[in-house]
Design a protein around this ligand. Structure first.
Ligand code: HEM
Length: 494
């Protein structure tokens, strides 16, 4: 008997060895093929990235991927291989080739599986089928027309004014510092809640971040993990240890909130006021399910981005007192009362415009590189085979000295008049072309009103001095920002 058992053990050991050897041989051959005989093997980049998506797992887990890719471009040049089938580009020409409008009949660069989530109903930000996307965009675009923006201004103003009041009250007339990385969310989520389905999140009124907003932001981290799972299925084994406690529960609550809010709004039908749903309902080109699935997209796309931009601008202005002084001079000289600050009256504030653009250049609110599939096309002179995942490095172009004079410095005047003759197309915070931001004008309106009123009403103080802020931001699809403690000293007694 012991002899037979010994034979079994030996056979099992030989079997295990054969399996291990086969795996090693398979991966060795595959790695050699990917490194030396693959159509992308001529492009430089990290060797691990060329042979395995493990590089993505590592890159995303550092939460510093945009900075890592920027450094890779500095080392390797304008085209870098960042995955077995992925290329990153770093030129203005590549941006236009990938994201710009293409002439009729020419194949388009379509969004990749990066945008999929576990809701099978496509939504505007993620829809990959161009026909589905075009139909959804057409229905929603009316909500973002110049006419709608005029109607929306009253709502935006109401929340901006309420926000100022709370800054004074909760900030105890400048005695208490507020963490603006969080506090700007009260404003932007309230605005978008009202514009989406006629109901704010009550953030300003209560002076706290609504639980749904917290959950929504957590769900963005989940989205990053979902992407990793697809890229590298073995991630499923370690994922439960990487997600924050209660993530799955939060995701369920988030879905419940979305469903309840949007169902309630759809049932109300014509409310006599124009919000995002009223436009979708009027066009009647989307199923109820499709309309409901737009909710998380519109809320996240329209709020966290704007809040991030306001935080970034606050940081840059307080780190550059000379720029703050110029902005104060412009805004305080232009108005005699805060009520004069409107969408129209702020359009001509050229320095304010420069401040907003410069902040978006130095710190684009969307840090990931907007991946697309090549349809088999030329990008900046390189023929890229069909199916290759291509993207433009989010943090490279906006700080590339080939495009910007004094690229690493915050210089709002570069956007005023002729500025420094920079190549302004190298800053694309809202993207461009058929998938460019639908809410761009709303975002500018909200930022102009908020910043102009903040400057007119308060002197700002950085309450917790720090040397840097942007490099401490972490990428979780969007930016997870470090605290930004500010005191707002009212210039007038109310
Ligand atoms: C500073 C603020 C904002 C920035 C920097 C920003 C940036 C962007 C970018 C880069 C994209 C393209 C994403 C991609 O290709 O994957 C995008 C798409 C989009 N944004 Fe914004 N956004 C901002 C504010 C807003 C606001 C206020 C709304 C209003 C709801 C909004 C709604 C959308 C929508 C619906 C899309 C999808 C467009 C499509 O695929 O057709 N965004 N945004």
């Amino acid at each position: 008997m012991p002899e037979i058992a010994g034979v079994h053990i030996a056979t099992a050991a030989v079997g295990a060895l054969a399996v291990t050897l086969s795996i090693v041989i398979y991966y060795t051959i595959q790695s050699v093929q990917l490194l030396f005989f693959h159509p992308l093997s001529k492009y430089p980049g990290p060797k691990l990235a060329a042979i395995s998506d493990l590089w993505w797992v590592w890159g995303l887990s550092t939460e510093r991927l945009p900075f890592i890719i920027r450094d890779l471009h500095k080392k390797h040049g304008d085209v870098v291989r960042v995955g077995p089938n992925d290329l990153s580009f770093a030129t203005v020409e590549a941006y236009q080739d990938i994201h710009g409008h293409v002439s009729k009949g020419k194949a388009r660069f379509l969004k990749t599986e990066f945008y999929d989530n576990d809701d099978p109903t496509p939504r505007i930000t993620g829809a990959r089928d161009p026909e589905v996307h075009a139909r959804q965009r057409k229905a929603l675009s009316h909500a973002f027309s110049a006419k709608s923006l005029r109607e929306q201004e009253e709502i935006v103003q109401k929340y901006v004014d309420g926000f100022m009041g709370q800054l004074t009250r909760i900030g105890q007339n400048g005695k208490k510092a507020l963490n603006m990385s969080e506090t700007f969310n009260w404003l932007t989520f309230d605005v978008i809640g009202d514009l989406a389905f006629g109901e704010s999140f009550g953030g300003i009124e209560k002076g706290e971040t609504h639980i749904w907003v917290k959950i929504l932001l957590d769900s963005v981290l989940n989205a990053q993990m979902t992407f990793l799972r697809k890229k590298f299925p073995l991630m499923n084994l370690i994922l439960p240890f990487m997600l924050p406690k209660g993530s799955d529960e939060n995701l369920k609550t988030h879905r419940k909130f979305c469903k309840e809010k949007s169902q309630k709004r759809i049932q109300l039908g014509d409310t006599g006021r124009a919000d995002f749903f009223s436009h979708m309902l009027q066009r009647n080109t989307m199923s109820e399910k499709e309309m409901m699935s737009q909710t998380p997209s519109l809320i996240i796309a329209g709020s966290e981005t704007t809040a991030t931009s306001l935080s970034g601008t606050t940081w840059f202005l307080l780190k550059h007192p000379e720029c703050m002084a110029k902005l104060q001079e412009e805004v305080r000289g232009a108005f005699t009362s805060v009520d004069e600050i409107t969408g129209d009256s702020t359009v001509n504030l050229r320095y304010l415009h420069g401040v907003i653009e410069e902040s978006l250049r130095m710190f684009p609110p969307i840090p990931f590189s907007l991946p697309r599939h090549s349809p088999g096309a030329v990008i900046d002179g390189h023929y890229i085979p069909e199916g290759t995942v291509v993207a433009v490095a989010a943090m490279s172009l906006p700080r590339d000295p080939r495009y910007w004079q004094d690229a690493e410095s915050f210089r709002p005047e570069r956007w005023v008049g002729d500025g420094f003759n920079d190549q302004k197309k190298a800053s694309q915070p809202f993207s461009t072309g058929p998938r460019g931001c639908l809410g761009i004008n709303l975002a500018y309106l909200e930022m102009r009103l908020t910043l102009a009123k903040l400057v007119w009403l308060y002197d700002w103080e950085l309450a917790e001095p720090r040397d840097e802020w942007v490099p401490d931001c972490k990428m979780r699809i969007l930016w997870k920002k470090p605290d930004l403690w500010i005191k707002y000293h009212p210039r007038f007694t109310i």
